[in-house]
Design a protein around this ligand. Structure first.
Ligand SMILES: NC(=O)c1ccc[n+]([C@@H]2O[C@H](COP(=O)([O-])OP(=O)(O)OC[C@H]3O[C@@H](n4cnc5c(N)ncnc54)[C@H](OP(=O)(O)O)[C@@H]3O)[C@@H](O)[C@H]2O)c1
Length: 436
């Protein structure tokens, strides 16, 4: 099969490709990549990705041989793709995986719409041309696989239904959810009008791999865990909430199976835990014990987080934000601006952490069972055996181990923290150092 893939420089798509290359005996990939922030050449970006994959040297070599990079700029006509390459894509591509998106929660609508809505429309235009060409030449139909998100449903008081072919989202939590909902709506309309072969995946929160604990991105719950470790999150709320976190290796296994087996061509597949997620209290308690027992920084004390009612927690955050905003306006110090930005980032996470969302997944679970070799998503935590006893089967310890091994992907420098702890605990040494 020949694939056109977006999002290869991200967190999730590389893991899908790791799986897909093992499942398709004769793959060829076109990878759509934009220039990097510092105008980095797309080949250099691609090289960096393939050498970071968890694949044998021979598979990496195979992938390099069986790939072409395609430079894109979604703000231009035909996504800025060179016309001869655009024709080649129409000629050769069997399947499109559109996994690229701007996943930030604090972007202005007009800005994030480009990556999440306009990009999807342009990918559909390409798909439409591929579809027509294949129809005219009597080839099997092409399929477009699109990665949406369960959070496109926005604010929902009741469990979030699997309502395909309908889609009735609530008020969006942020512009990310809003634009992902718009893109999904657009594709559903194409299915309704043209019966296109479009598969929409709806993962919830994608976390580290259940097999290894590893992740390529340390955001959302990882940031909360890091703040807890550093003692910068004295309060939290909603201990009984069950954030819907699914492991990236399971998500990749399901998506790559659906693509490689080529039997499910139309509809939505929700990739969620349903009601089986671990509670925030469980994650806190296990995290606290794990970090305390395995802390690489001697003498570093990890305070326990106190759980408070949601209204109190949200008010404390607002008061803090107002306080630092006034400090920033009176002093103009950039330090306060940074703190305000940090608080705003946390606020973006609240719908995922403090909001109560349950994603129904019965229909999708049955489809996953029918069309893939995967079972239900592995849970972060213990599950009960047939006798009702709690059994240690979860993979949360692997996730915790990975955060300490990597320092949250380099966000924490334990050596610096060690020095900081030593100085804080030893005023004489500080005085000595100051004298020198
Ligand atoms: N991570 C999750 O928890 C989660 C949960 C549910 C659904 N999803 C969905 O899964 C997909 C992958 O998410 P992710 O976590 O892997 O995101 P990510 O790590 O932020 O990666 C996003 C990818 O999209 C590319 N991209 C974004 N805007 C682009 C543009 N305008 N032009 C070209 N490329 C663009 C990025 O390229 P650059 O490297 O050039 O920026 C990057 O390759 C997304 O559709 C997301 O909505 C993710």
């Amino acid at each position: 099969m020949n694939y056109f893939v977006t999002g290869i420089t991200g967190t999730v798509v590389p893991i899908i490709i790791e799986e897909l290359i093992k499942k398709d005996a004769d793959p060829f990939f076109y990878f759509a990549i934009r220039r990097g922030k510092k105008d980095t050449d797309i080949h250099a970006r691609f090289e960096a990705v393939i050498h970071s994959l968890d694949l044998s040297a021979s598979r990496i070599e195979l992938l390099a041989k069986r790939s072409k990079t395609v430079e894109i700029d979604v703000e231009k006509d035909s996504m800025g793709i060179d016309p001869s390459m655009y024709r080649e894509l129409i000629q050769n591509v069997d399947k499109i995986l559109h996994g690229a998106a701007d996943v930030r929660f604090d972007q202005p609508y007009e800005n994030i719409k480009i990556s999440n809505v306009d990009f999807t429309r342009k990918m559909y235009d390409l798909f439409d041309e591929i579809k027509e060409k294949r129809r005219a030449s009597g080839q099997s139909p092409a399929t477009l696989y699109y990665i949406s998100t369960g959070y496109a449903y926005g604010i929902y008081k009741k469990p979030i239904p699997e309502d395909y072919p309908d889609f009735n989202p609530g008020k969006p939590d942020n512009t990310y959810a809003q634009t992902k909902a718009e893109a999904k709506m657009f594709l559903l309309e194409k299915i309704r009008r043209f019966s296109d072969r479009i598969v929409i995946f709806e993962p919830t929160i994608i976390g580290g791999a259940a097999g290894t604990g590893r992740t390529r991105a340390y955001n959302l719950h990882y940031v909360i865990m890091m703040l807890g470790y550093l003692g910068k999150l004295p309060f939290l709320t909603a201990p009984d909430n069950r954030p819907d976190i699914v492991p990236v290796d399971w998500v990749a296994a399901v998506i790559s199976d659906i693509m490689a087996k080529d039997a499910f061509h139309q509809g939505t597949l929700r990739l969620s835990m349903g009601s089986r997620g671990a509670t925030i209290r469980y994650m806190h308690d296990l995290g606290y014990h794990y970090y305390t027992a395995n802390d690489p920084v001697p003498g570093h004390v990890i305070p326990r987080i106190r759980f408070v009612p949601r209204w109190l927690f949200l008010s404390m955050i607002q008061i803090q934000k107002a306080w630092y905003t006034s400090l920033y306006f009176t002093t103009g110090m950039r330090r306060y601006r940074k703190i305000i930005k940090g608080i705003q980032l946390l606020e973006g996470y609240f719908p995922y952490i403090t909001g109560h969302k349950v994603f129904e997944n019965e229909k999708s679970t049955a489809l996953i069972e029918k069309y893939t070799d995967c079972g239900p998503a592995p849970a972060l935590h213990e599950i009960r055996d047939d006798a009702g006893n709690i059994v240690e089967r979860g993979y949360f310890r692997k996730i915790l181990a990975d955060t300490l091994e990597t320092g949250w992907g380099g966000m924490i420098d334990f050596e610096r923290l060690k020095k900081h702890e030593t100085l804080a605990k030893n005023p004489k040494k500080v005085a000595g150092m100051m004298r020198k």
